[in-house]
Each structure stands twice: as structure tokens, then as C-alpha cells.
Design a protein around this ligand. Structure first.
Ligand code: ATR
Length: 291
């Protein structure tokens, strides 16, 4: 964009997006930076249009910015400006973390790792050898399923409103991973195969935007009567803290978890890539919850 310039002198780490003013990443990362006493600072930067990315990345290289987090709507758009992608980012076609190592820009996707971190830290749950069912087949589901497969889950079921999107995701994942995949629809009934899969799942992960504020009464599945105690029901939404999906799952006796931990976990994984130092996950989670 003509006349556009980026003042990158104030910070060494940024989150970029549009809008970006409500992102908790600056406070979340700064809290860990301050705790460790590192000479870094983290700021939010709005990139008005995709055309501005070229100039921005020129500046990142020029000034030697250490790293970036990338949020909506640029997770795919930044890829042409990077020098390399790690496997998860390449498989997902989306980048949420960029690290500048001596002028070489590497793209990562830490969303799936963030969810695994939250399951371990918040529920003491590992996904190895578990039967996992994922509701949704969008970008978030893709990152999560990739991380689940790397962590060697036993099987993955994908239920989605549009079956063809679930099939595409299944096809892409089957090219890389050996565990069995099954796909189905979110408009199931008591007699359908999906009901069996839901009953058999150890862990159910809701990855769609259905139930997100202000649409808090919406639920992506027609019924949660299949839920039984002993199951783990996870929603990656963090506003509201308890979606209609989680409320109903809890009422049926499942152990539930919202998306706050995944947000903290993706940040913690990004911080470790930026600095090589372990991040205080609980501190990051506290910042999201209490500012
Ligand atoms: P993200 O990258 O955040 O995952 P996305 O790629 O737009 O977002 O994916 C959105 C997911 O939520 C998809 O699985 C989508 O289902 P479709 O593949 O059928 O579009 C699902 N989704 C979004 N709105 C929905 C709705 N109102 N009812 C059911 N599913 C919905």
C-alpha cells in the first residue's frame, strides 16, 4: 500500500491480524517475558490488507524482528513470504507462528500442540491410543487432527455439517497417517452409525464456531444424549467459557474443558519457539482469564 510504513522499532515480537486490538497475545506473552526477565517486548500490529504483507515482511527481515504470531485473516496469506514451513504448518496450510532465525523465516502451527498441552495440564489426559471424535472439518479441526495423529491416537472420527469437507480432510490425513479415519454427518439420529461412534469415543472435540458468543444457545449436534460419564468433551471456544455443548455434556456426566487452555497452550508453544525457553502455561492461562 502506497505510503504505508510500519514502525517496528518498539517491539521484537508481534501478533499480526485484522482486527487485532482484542488479542490477548501481547499480555499473555509479555507476562512470561517479564517473569523470565528477557530483553523482549511484544505488541499487536494491525495489517490493514493482504497487499500490506509484502512490505511488512520486508520490514521484518530488515529490522530483524524475532518472531510473530499470526491470527485471522492471515494464517494462510503469510505462507508465500516465509522461507520454510514445519510439517504441521505445511499439512494444515496455515501458520500461527513465525520465527526469524538469522534472516530465515520459518512458519509453524502450534494450535494442535496447544490443545494437547491443555489436555495434559488441565485434565492429566494423554491422547495416545485413544479413540477421538472431532466435530467440524475447518482449519481448526485440521490442525488438531494433525496433532492427534502425530501423538498416535487409535482412531479419528470426523463429523461435519458438509460431508464432503470431512472427506477432503480425511483424504489429506490418510495420505500421512496410518490410524483409521471415519467420517459422518452432524445431523445424525439415534439409529445412525454416528451415534455409535459418539458413544464409543473416549474424547470428543468440538472445533466449529457454533456456540460462539453471541450465539450462545447454538449447539453443533442435534443431541447429547449419547454422552456418558467417563468421556471427555472439549470445546475449543473460550467465549463463552461454557458453551451449550459443554453445558449439556456436563449435565450428562462427562468431564468437560473449554478453549482457554488451548489458547494458552498455542501461545506457550510459540513462546518456546521464539525463545528456546519453557513458557509458564499457568501464567499464560491466568492472563487470559483474569487479564
Ligand atoms: P476454522 O478455520 O475456524 O475452523 P472454518 O474453516 O470456516 O473455520 O470451519 C468452520 C467449521 O465449522 C466447519 O467444519 C463448518 O462446517 P462446514 O464444513 O459444513 O461449513 C463448521 N460450521 C460453521 N458454521 C456452522 C453452522 N452454523 N452449523 C454447523 N457447522 C458449522
Amino acid at each position: 500500500m502506497a505510503g504505508m510504513n510500519f514502525d517496528l522499532s518498539s517491539a521484537s515480537l508481534f501478533v499480526i491480524g485484522n482486527p487485532v486490538h482484542h488479542s490477548v497475545s501481547p499480555q499473555m506473552h509479555q507476562a512470561v517475558i517479564d517473569e523470565l526477565g528477557l530483553p523482549l517486548s511484544y505488541a499487536a500490529l494491525k495489517i490493514p490488507a493482504p497487499d500490506d504483507l509484502k512490505l511488512f515482511f520486508d520490514a521484518v527481515r530488515e529490522v530483524g524482528i524475532r518472531g510473530l504470531n499470526v491470527t485471522v485473516p492471515y494464517k494462510e496469506a503469510v505462507i508465500p513470504y516465509l522461507d520454510r514451513l514445519d510439517e504441521a504448518a505445511a499439512r494444515c496450510g496455515a501458520v500461527n507462528t513465525v520465527v526469524n532465525q538469522d534472516g530465515v523465516l520459518s512458519g509453524y502451527n502450534t494450535d494442535g500442540l496447544g490443545l494437547l498441552k491443555s489436555l495434559e495440564e488441565d485434565l492429566g489426559l494423554t491422547v495416545f491410543a485413544k479413540n477421538v471424535l472431532v466435530i467440524g472439518a475447518g482449519g481448526a479441526a485440521r490442525g488438531i487432527i494433525d496433532a492427534l495423529c502425530r501423538a498416535q491416537v487409535s482412531s479419528v472420527v470426523i463429523l461435519n455439517r458438509t460431508l464432503s469437507n470431512a472427506q477432503t480432510l480425511q483424504y489429506d490425513m490418510e495420505a500421512h497417517y496410518k490410524n483409521p479415519f471415519y467420517v459422518g454427518s452432524t445431523t445424525f439420529t439415534r439409529t445412525s452409525e454416528e451415534w455409535q461412534w459418539l458413544q464409543n469415543a473416549d474424547i470428543i472435540i468440538q472445533t466449529t464456531s457454533v456456540g460462539l458468543a453471541p450465539d450462545e444457545d447454538s449447539c453443533p449436534v442435534p443431541s447429547l444424549e449419547w454422552v456418558r460419564p467417563g468421556q471427555y468433551c472439549i470445546d475449543i471456544i473460550y467465549k463463552p467459557l461454557e458453551t451449550a455443548f459443554l453445558k449439556q455434556a456436563k449435565a450428562q456426566g462427562a468431564t468437560t474443558l473449554n478453549g482457554v487452555g488451548m489458547l494458552a497452550g498455542q501461545g506457550a508453544a510459540a513462546f518456546e519457539l521464539f525463545t528456546g525457553k519453557p513458557a509458564n502455561y499457568q501464567l499464560m492461562k491466568g492472563v487470559i482469564l483474569h487479564g
